[in-house]
Design a protein around this ligand. Structure first.
Ligand SMILES: [Zn+2]
Length: 357
């Protein structure tokens, strides 16, 4: 006969939900410096960008904001304060064919040709270092690995710790620190390989997911809700009037918000837009472009980790109600190490069954 302590432990175990966390140290190999003294044109562009966005910094003190420490801060926190139910998993790299579902062949070939090189791809400091192409294939493959595992019932929830991020990557060009659109590659795989008829995405990153919008703009099988700080804030798109085209008319729902938004604003987006849209759409799986740059420690917004936990709780409940619990989050932006660590930890805790209100 088991004692009360063992019985209590069994009860606690039963309350936790398995959550898969995808991560690979090779994603740290993406480490563009953002400028190169041997390329005067780049240096001038970086100087102009630093003057505009990072006053008080200069070429010597500036380091690229999309840096490896973003991921190591999250991993360190999850290791130091472990969460019952978490299982660490290595992602598979996305194949060329999987990438070509959402990117054109010439673009994928161009990125693949840059393996081992350093160069700039866009004036907004989107760049590659020698390890970037391998990291990008793993980042795009993480979401595929996660939806595959969720489809087999291995777990119902997954969080993909990845970089470079993806939601600014268009079908034919890189931008906003993004090379491949990880979430779009994931959604396309869920639809075309796993047979899901309807995929729903909520992009709660502070910036508009312009690449994701472009890729699915005429696709009625992928519903995208995108809440973000309104233009002219980067990237300057995401108007409410951008709603999809052709067969995809109505499949893009943009919620432009003022700078400074906090937890209440995003919870309102869930209550008034995400939840009713999901009930009407009846998705087979829910995906989240989970940037944490609305955290108060990051740029100009005022959310905190409790807010992200509450959003995750609502999405988990919605997934339970509509699609057998299938919910996969992919990391997007967020540039403050403390905010990233606290937010990701709070989110994974909810995914593992620790309820918040
Ligand atoms: Zn962002």
């Amino acid at each position: 006969m088991e004692d009360a302590h063992v019985a209590g432990f069994r009860e606690m175990k039963a309350m936790t939900t398995p959550v898969l966390v995808y991560y690979d140290t090779r994603m740290l190999g993406h480490n563009p410096h953002g400028w190169d003294p041997s390329h005067p044109a780049w240096t001038d562009a970086v100087k102009a960008m630093i003057a505009l966005q990072y006053p008080g910094s200069n070429l010597e003190t500036y380091s690229h904001p999309e840096r490896p420490e973003r991921l190591t801060a999250i991993v360190d926190r999850l290791m130091l304060d472990p969460i019952e139910g978490v299982r660490w998993v290595l992602p598979m790299a996305a194949t060329t064919a999987q990438l070509e579902r959402v990117h054109n062949k010439a673009y994928v070939a161009h990125i693949e040709s840059l393996k081992g090189d350093s160069c700039w791809l866009s004036k907004d400091t989107t760049a590659v270092s020698p390890g970037s192409v391998e990291a990008a294939c793993l980042a795009a493959g993480a979401g595929i690995s996660a939806v595959e595992a969720v489809a087999t019932g291995e777990a119902r929830r997954a969080f993909c710790l990845l970089r470079p991020p993806g939601h600014h990557a268009h079908s034919d060009h890189a931008s906003g620190f993004c090379l491949y659109n990880n979430l779009a590659v994931t959604a396309a795989h869920a639809r075309e390989s796993l047979g899901y008829q309807r995929v729903m995405i909520w992009d709660w990153d502070m910036h508009h997911g312009n690449g994701t919008q472009e890729i699915f703009y005429s696709d009625p099988s992928v519903l995208v809700v995108d809440s973000h700080c309104a233009a002219p804030f980067y990237p300057g798109s995401g108007l409410q009037t951008e709603t999809g085209t052709g067969a995809g008319a109505g499949s893009q729902i943009n919620i432009p918000l003022p700078l400074g938004i906090g937890n209440a604003a995003l919870l309102k987006v869930f209550d008034e837009v995400v939840e009713p849209a999901a009930r009407a759409f009846q998705p087979d799986i829910l995906l989240v472009s989970s940037g944490f740059d609305c955290h108060y420690l990051d740029m100009t917004c005022t959310m905190d980790e409790t807010g992200f936990a509450m959003l995750t709780q609502r999405m988990s409940d919605l997934a339970d109600e509509l699609c057998d619990g299938r919910l996969v989050l992919l990391l997007e932006g967020g540039y403050n190490a403390q905010a990233l660590a606290d937010s990701a930890h709070a989110v994974v805790k909810v995914l593992a069954g620790n309820r918040v209100k």
